[in-house]
Design a protein around this ligand. Sequence first.
Ligand code: NDP
Length: 468
Amino acid sequence: MNTDLIIHGQAIQGEAPVFSVINPANEAVLAKVAGASMAQVNQAIDSAAEAFKLWKNTTDDSVNELFLKIAADIRAAKDEIAKLITLEQGKTLPMAQFEVEAGAGWIEYLTSLEIPVETIADPSGKTIKVYNRPLGVVASVTPWNWPFMIAVWHIFPALKTKNCVVNKPSEYTPLSTIKLVEIINRHVPQGVCNIVLGKGNIGQALTEHPAVNKVAFTGSTRTGQSILSHSVTSLKSVVLELGGNDAGIVLEDADIDAAAEKIFGSAFLNAGQTCAALKRLYVHESIYDVLTAKLAAIADAQVVGDGMDAQVSFGPVQNKMQYEKVKALIADAAAQGGQIMTASKRLPESGYYIAPTIIANVQEGIAVVDEEQFGPVLPVLKFSTVDEVLQRSNATEFGLGGSVWSKNLERAEQIAGRMETGTVWINSHSDLSPAAAFGGWKMSGLGYSFGLDGLLLFTHKQAVHITP
Ligand code: NDP
C-alpha cells in the first residue's frame, strides 16, 4: 500500500509528522502516512508549473489517447482500488467497485468533448477567434465520501484542458487517490499530476499559493468560503462543490413502490454521505403513512456491517466526527418529538455504525431538517399543497439539488422550475451525468462541474482579433 507523496513523477516520503488512516469498519489503523512539509508543497507546485510549459502544447488527440490508457489501467486495477476504497472509506465493496468503474467511464466520456474555438465574423470585416486556453496550475482538494470519484472529477477536466495538477486528498481517505495519481503518472510527463498528503495546514498552503491559478474544492461550505476568501490576493479562479440539503417532493400521484426504493437508494447512498443525496423528504399527506412505512421497511432490511463482508449491504459512517454529529442529530430529533420509524439494530461494537434511520412527524426548526446531516438518517415531512411545499423546501441557505416524484411529468417539470437548486431530478435523485452541468446555487457552491460548461471553467478565454 503506497503512502508516499508523488511529486514530479517520483514517490517521495513526506517530511512532516505522521498521521493515521483509520478503517471506519473497526477503528483499526489502516496506514501511517507521513504528511508533506511546506517545502514539499512548494516543490509540487513548482513541478506542476514547470510541467505546464510543455503540457499546455499537448494535442487534444494525445491527451485523449492517454486518458483511454489511464482508464484501461484503472479498470485493470479495479479490485485493488475498490478494496482500498472500502477499507479507508467504509462503503461496501460492490459500491466501491461502482465508484472505480464510474470513474473510468467519466474519464472515457471526457475524450468525447472538444474544446471549442468560436469564430466571429465582425461587422468591421475582421475575424475574431475566441480560444479557451489553459490556466496553469490547478490545486485540487478532495473529500472523504467518494475519494476516488471526486479526485477523477477534479483532475481529469484540469488535465483535459492542458493544466497541471496538485491534488490534496482528505487525510481520512488518501489511499485510493494515491493509487489513482500513481496510475496517471505511468502515462503523463513528470510534474503534470502531483499529490501531497497531510492534515491541518496543507490544504490552505496549497490553495493560497500565488503560483496556483485555479482551485477545485469539494467539501464543507465553511472551508469553501475560506478558500474563496484567500483566493482574492492572487485573483484565482475557484470552483466550489459544497454542502446541500436536498429536498424531495413526493406528490399524491407518485408510484409509491418505485419511489420508495429509489428514495431510499438516494437518501442512504454511501450511508447518506453524498453531497447530492436526498436529505429532506416532503410527502403529500394522502400517502405519507404508507410511504414512510415502506421506507422504514427497506431500512430495516439492510444488513449493517463491514463493507468487506459480502453479506453486508450498509457500511459504517466514514469518521468519528461525522458519526458523532449524526448520532447527535438523531437524538435531538427524537427528543423534540420526532418518531423513529426504524427498528433498533444490534451493531458491531467497534466501528462507526449507524443503522439507516427514518424519522417521521418532524418539522422545520429542528437540526436534522434544517442542517445537512451527511449521514444515514432521513427526516420525512408532511405537506398539503404544492405552493406550501415549495415555500418550505426553498427556505434554506442550500441550493444543490432537489427532486419531484409524480406520474404527471408535465406538472413535475413545472414544479422543478420553481425549485431553487442547480439540479432537479424527476422520479429519481442524485444520479449524475458527466454530460450535464452540476453545481450548487446559494451556499451550495460556485461554478459548475461536468459537461462542456464545467470543462471550460478550467480555461480562460483568449480573443484573437485578425484584421486582414
Ligand atoms: P472540510 O470541508 O473542512 O474539508 C477538509 C479538507 O479541506 C482537508 O483536506 C483540509 O486540508 C482542507 N482545508 C481545510 N481548511 C482549508 C482552508 N482554509 N483552505 C484550503 N483547504 C482547507 O471537510 P471535513 O472533512 O472537516 O468535513 C466537514 C463537513 O463537510 C462534514 O461534516 C460534511 O457535512 C461536509 N462534507 C461535505 C462534502 C461534500 O461532498 N460536499 C464532502 C465531505 C464533507 P488540511 O487538513 O490540510 O487543512
